[in-house]
Design a protein around this ligand. Structure first.
Ligand code: BDP
Length: 689
């Protein structure tokens, strides 16, 4: 087994469950989506029960039936109100009299999601209920993957080989991977894909590329995956030959209108644009003295009549400000209420940049008259690429569960963004994909779990990270109880372990220059943007370490609502995991457990290494429960992870020791390397595409 079948690898019904295989299937409707539903059920039940289930053309006892509410024979079993709350994508799976199970939805796609749920339930749910009674409505309407894929086949921050989009071959030649991709996404509820990098090449909007995009959209449509594109704000000038891309210029507006017309004539259900503007050197409305709202609204007006949306990214910062963490808020908060209804601000989970741990971005909850969507990073840019086993379900949950307090208690990020707190007409969530051409799609077998977890949480943010981990393990590896307990334990601990060996206690941005791999807390490059250098963030000196964002420092804390503001502002109240994010504290600062800051740093770094050792031992002990190939692959990756956890620990502690001048507690392993040698270590370029 090579991982290519993702979470379809291990299809087995859950032991001890009392549901039996249906004897008949009735699918009264036909459409490309219902063809998929039929195929999935036939082959799924065949694999699960080793039985060929018969097709029938009426409701039979011991049968399974899938259809939409427009089918009177089926809808008569349900109350009108329960069907109407399902919206477009929701579904009910219910066993009625005569042991008939009905999967019903308002749309074909809802029926497809219900079908995947049904199959997953047979494999993973051990609640022992013979009768189904499941009602599901997704947390977010738009559940979108962002590919940072370039038109030349490379992937920005992609660690699983080249892009899966074979642009050169399209539209003539169609890779079988496209359908597998659509199926995998649909099975976990993902319903949108942004095909290209946010650092967008204007050429993607040329007619040549749009025809390729159309081909992909046609393949994805029956699976419910809408296509979106990242656009370059200067497309009207670079691609269209205009002298400007000023959003208030008439010719610019007409250029975009013509472009939209062309796109929608090819792809009538095209989703919309993602825009990275005036960020990291990319063009944007500010180049013409206009605001982000001017730029976003012009595009929103152009797409409005087609039902398209604009996902305008809030990831903006410039090197002149004193604290990068404050800048997106400062830039966008004054524009609250100025955006069109079909604009949604796409905001990264943290205020800096996908670090192993950050507090949530203070924009969440602060913009009460603007629709916001979270952007999560599934690809492990700052978390060991595809070499480290880091399950992100816990990171995603920590963020979604964070209480912003912006509308009283329980104004969690998830409730702020899913329309529960503010009445948003659009709700969405995006994840930066970790997918490439590697045979196992993600480079590390366990990185598939992060794609899976993103989809499951986008569908239902109430699910627990542990439940998702177990579900994924069962469908991907094994139903063995010991295996499930041990490996879900490893997964649940893995992100905290990585925080420990990379950036404990709220440290951040200590990684290598450019490629972002490995430790380089010392990194200084003359002429470089200061806000791209670790020293800007850790601010270590003879007194202590950490970024003072309290009211006596950059005052970034003021962007949070009370009581968080006061909690973050006071080192005695601030959660220890964010201590050095908000405070610069002396090396002898005493922590809750009585240790001083320096010793605690040493302990945390060492603990991270110990945790990886424990992951290794656990995996090794499970050898007999895993196929040989995947066992070896993961074992090799864990060996790299351990080596690199030690590298991180030694590099960071030896470097910070040059400021603290304190010994590493003698109970802990002492670094074997010298700081000078670690500084000489050069990251292998082969890691990076
Ligand atoms: C940073 C990445 C960079 C992306 C940028 C973004 O290092 O490659 O282009 O974010 O999100 O994390 O735009």
């Amino acid at each position: 087994l090579d991982g290519s079948e993702l979470w379809f690898t291990h299809m087995e019904t859950i032991e001890s469950a009392s549901f039996a295989c249906p004897s008949f299937i009735w699918i009264p409707q036909s459409s490309p989506t219902f063809t998929i539903i039929h195929k999935e059920l036939k082959s799924g039940l065949n694999k699960l029960y080793n039985r060929e289930v018969k097709d029938v053309s009426r409701l039979n006892s011991n049968g399974l039936c899938v259809g939409t509410s427009s089918q009177k024979d089926l809808s008569s079993y349900f109350k009108k109100e329960e069907l109407s709350v399902l919206g477009n994508d929701g579904y009910i799976i219910r066993t009625t009299g005569n042991n008939v199970t009905i999967i019903i939805a308002n749309t074909d796609l809802g029926a497809l999601y219900g079908t995947y749920h049904y199959l997953r339930y047979l494999q993973t749910d051990n609640t022992h209920k013979a009768n189904f009674d499941i009602v599901e409505v997704p947390s977010y309407q738009r559940r979108i993957l962002n590919h940072w894929d370039n038109l030349d086949g490379t992937v920005e921050r992609g660690y699983a080989g080249h892009s899966i989009w074979q642009w050169k071959d399209l539209p003539q030649k169609i890779s079988p991977g496209y359908i597998e991709y659509a199926r995998a996404n649909a099975s976990i509820g993902i319903n949108g894909t942004v095909l290209n990098n946010v650092n967008a090449n204007p050429a993607v909007l040329s007619i040549e590329y749009l025809k390729k995009v159309k081909t992909l959209a046609d393949i994805f449509r029956p699976y419910g995956i809408k296509v979106y594109l990242s656009i370059n704000f200067s497309s009207p000038s670079v691609l269209g030959g205009l002298t400007t891309a000023d959003p208030l210029n008439k010719d610019v507006r007409i250029w975009w209108q013509d472009k939209a017309k062309q796109i929608y004539s090819l792809i009538p259900d095209f989703g919309g644009f993602v825009v990275k503007a005036n960020s990291e050197g990319l063009p944007g409305p500010q180049d013409f003295g206009r605001t982000h709202a001017d730029g976003a609204n012009m595009l929103a007006d152009v797409l409005e009549s087609y039902g398209g949306i604009i996902m305008w990214r809030a990831f903006v910062y410039n090197p002149n400000g004193n604290d990068r963490a404050k800048q997106a808020y400062n830039e966008f908060k004054p524009l609250d209420g100025k955006f069109r209804k079909n604009v949604i601000l796409q905001v990264k989970n943290g205020p800096v940049d996908f670090q192993p741990r950050e507090p949530f971005s203070p924009l969440f909850g602060a913009m009460q008259h603007t629709t916001l969507m979270p952007e999560l990073q599934i690809t492990q840019e700052y978390l060991g690429f595809s070499d480290h086993l880091v399950y992100l379900g816990t990171l995603f949950k920590e963020f979604l569960n964070s209480d912003t307090y912006t509308n009283g208690r329980n104004s969690t990020v998830s409730r702020i963004t899913d329309g529960s707190v503010y009445d948003d007409s659009i709700t969405a969530v995006a994840g930066v994909a970790n997918i490439g051409l590697d045979s196992n799609w993600c480079g590390h077998h366990f990185a598939q779990a992060n794609w899976y977890a993103f989809g499951r949480l986008a569908w239902n943010h109430q699910l627990s990270a542990r439940k998702i981990a177990k579900e994924w393990l069962m469908q991907t590896f094994s139903h063995d109880q010991d295996f499930l307990n041990q490996m879900s334990g490893v997964m649940m601990e893995s992100r905290e372990a990585t925080v420990n060996y990379m950036t404990p206690l709220g440290l951040h941005h200590l990684m290598g220059w450019g490629h972002h791999y490995g430790p380089e807390p010392w990194c200084e490059i003359s002429g470089a943007r200061p806000d791209w250098l670790p020293t800007y963030y850790h601010k270590a000196d003879s007194i202590g370490v950490g970024f003072n964002r309290s009211s006596s420092g950059s005052n970034a804390v003021s962007q949070y609502a009370e009581p968080l503001l006061s909690v973050y502002n006071d080192p005695a109240l601030c959660p220890e995991e964010l201590l050095l994010w908000f405070h610069h504290l002396p090396w002898n600062y005493e922590l809750i457990n009585g240790r001083d800051l320096w010793s605690e740093l040493c302990y945390r770094y060492s603990m991270g290494v110990e945790q990886v050792k424990y992951f290794q031992c656990t995996w090794n002990s499970l050898q007999s429960k895993v196929d040989k190939n995947r066992f070896n692959d993961v074992q090799n990756k864990l060996a790299i992870q351990l080596k690199e956890a030690i590298w991180w620990r030694d590099a960071c502690l030896l470097y910070f020791q040059t400021f603290s001048h304190r010994p590493i507690p003698s109970q802990l392993d002492q670094p074997k390397s010298k700081l000078e040698d670690l500084k000489e270590l050069k990251f292998l370029k082969t890691h990076h595409n």
